[in-house]
Write a protein that binds this ligand. Structure first.
Ligand code: PMP
Length: 394
């Protein structure tokens, strides 16, 4: 049977990681894979996570099953973290999932289950996994314009134009903050226009929020998601704890289905439990339990917020340093957008040939679409990167 399987294309980012490892140059720079790294190039375990793990080890008495939706305390803590008081708690059905990817997958499964002919509008570009999961599930995908390579900003007119094609019941996938892969984000006024359009068209927003706390701050990064949830009759939110709690391998995420009509919440909750049951039964618990402990403990929460804020400030500082350095070397503001972008990524907006040239001649590794992981830099490597970009005359 196995011989009938089709070979799968290699994951481009993982292949790039391997080429990086094999590169003997001492001054090579890895801006590829999307994990946060500190100035020493390490993806640290956050202090609050270590402390919570220690406490859990001492206190936990059983590893028996929890529940198909995960621990209700995790849902409560995450609904509060993401949605604040934008909607009443009763308006939200929530299910723990294996990471943000699990939440994205379950969200797509849910909309397809509700409407087999659903269309999902996605930004061009978006996180490649969105596209591959949609394709795998045989869901029709409609791209909308988003990034303007010439300015490094949003093509908002193009986006709104493309969203005019929405029909009632279509789903629009939006990144809550820190857009991956571009780093370019809608401003609050633009969000309001999108919300008005979705209301007008009767479309369902699905928000993927994987970097809360990496952009403008924990509360600020959730503002757009909260505005959407408060304004639309229904929405879906897929949230990841991988980045902001640094627990990538624990697979911790949550899917929320928000409905202004509380009578729908029960149905949504039962469906989320059903979908979890079909796909993997009980969701992972370890990471969710750590997150719950941290969010419900004043001391751990404060320490988590402080460390997350340091990470955020570090990335902002690197952005500013890189933009300043490029300004100095090129004498133009062309790369000023790097300081405006938010989150871990920025798309430089250069051709795949130039990306390859940077790799070959300068040992700079970025993804082929010119996405750079800003956290892959440090104060010493920024000048070298700026020099390489300026020399490549991109
Ligand atoms: N959505 C986006 C846009 C992401 O960038 C990521 C992480 N790369 C995720 C979701 C999910 O990540 P994870 O499954 O590791 O929580």
């Amino acid at each position: 049977m196995f011989k009938t399987l089709k070979p799968q294309p290699a994951d481009k980012i993982l292949a790039l990681m391997q080429t990086f490892r094999d590169d003997p140059r001492a001054d090579k720079i890895d801006l590829g894979v999307g994990v946060y790294k500190n100035a020493e190039g390490v993806t640290p375990i956050m202090r609050a996570i270590k402390a919570a793990e220690h406490r859990l080890w001492q206190e936990q008495q059983s590893k028996s099953y929890v529940g198909l939706l995960g621990d209700p305390a995790f849902s409560d803590a995450m609904v509060a973290l993401v949605l604040g008081d934008a909607v009443p708690r009763e308006a939200v059905a929530a299910a723990a999932t294996p990471g943000g990817t699990g939440a994205v997958r379950q969200a797509f499964e849910l909309v397809r289950y509700a409407n087999p002919d659903v269309r999902v509008f996605v930004s061009d570009p978006t996180w490649p996994n969105h596209l591959s999961i949609l394709k795998y599930l045989n869901i029709e995908t409609v791209p909308y314009r988003y990034f303007d390579s010439a300015t490094g900003g949003i093509d908002f007119a193009g986006m709104m134009d493309d969203l005019q094609g929405l029909r009632a019941g279509d789903v629009v996938l939006l990144h809550g903050c820190c857009h991956n892969p571009t780093g370019a984000n809608l401003n609050p006024v633009e969000w309001q226009s999108v919300i008005a359009l979705l209301q007008d068209k009767g479309a369902l927003p699905m928000i993927d929020i994987a970097y809360q706390g990496f952009g403008d701050g924990v509360e600020q990064d959730a503002e757009a998601t909260r505005a959407v949830a408060a304004a639309l009759p229904e929405c879906l939110i897929a949230a990841s704890c991988s980045k902001n709690f640094g627990i990538y391998r624990e697979r911790t995420g949550i899917l929320m289905a928000v409905s202004q009509d509380a009578s729908q919440t029960g149905l949504a909750r039962d469906t989320l439990a059903f979908l979890n049951r079909q796909n993997y039964s009980f969701p992972p618990d370890h990471g969710a339990r750590l997150v719950t402990m941290i969010l419900n403990d004043d001391e751990l929460r404060a320490d988590w917020r402080a460390e997350l804020e340091d990470m955020r400030q570090g990335m902002l500082g690197l952005r500013q340093q890189l933009a300043d350095e490029l300004q100095r070397l090129t004498g133009s503001d062309r790369f000023g957008f790097l300081a405006q972008h938010r989150g871990m990524f920025s798309r430089l907006g250069i051709s795949p040939e130039k990306v390859e040239e940077l790799r070959r001649d300068h040992g700079v590794y970025m993804v082929g679409d010119s996405r750079m992981n800003i956290a892959g830099l440090n104060a010493k490597t920024v000048p070298a990167l700026a020099q390489a970009i300026a020399e490549a005359d991109v």
